[in-house]
Ligand binder design. Sequence first.
Ligand code: ZN
Length: 153
Amino acid sequence: MDILNRVSDTITSASRDIARKTRETAEVARLNSAISGCQDRMKRTYLQIGEMYYMETKGSPYPDYEQLFQVIEECHRQIKGYRETISKVRENNEGTVKEFTEVCPQCGKTVETGAAYCSRCGAKMNESSTETMESEEIIEEAQEVEAEREQRQ
Ligand SMILES: [Zn+2]
């Protein structure tokens, strides 16, 4: 009886220990998350203080801050440069809107205007169009020669 009581006491105190540990862990976790909440607010506030100080003393910071101010200014310059590059890239892309007006004589695919080769079958594009031009010119020339001959007769 005495032994049984002692065993049950041990079990009870052990489970009490576990419950206490669990509560403790939960409490510590809650406090730790409260601490990191405060640290986040501090970081944001320091950032705000820094920005305000920068804006207020932009032209003439205390010497200790000069190097840090230069970093900020360098970043501003870089951002400006990157933005200019972005708008140039966009302009260039707008400038080269592709038109597909020519038809491949080989496979019939519409091909980008002025392209040298068909993008599907690789047939030469310009050659066929210059050939047509040339043959038209030859016909015109022949007709002129013919007309001259007729006039002479
Ligand atoms: Zn083709």
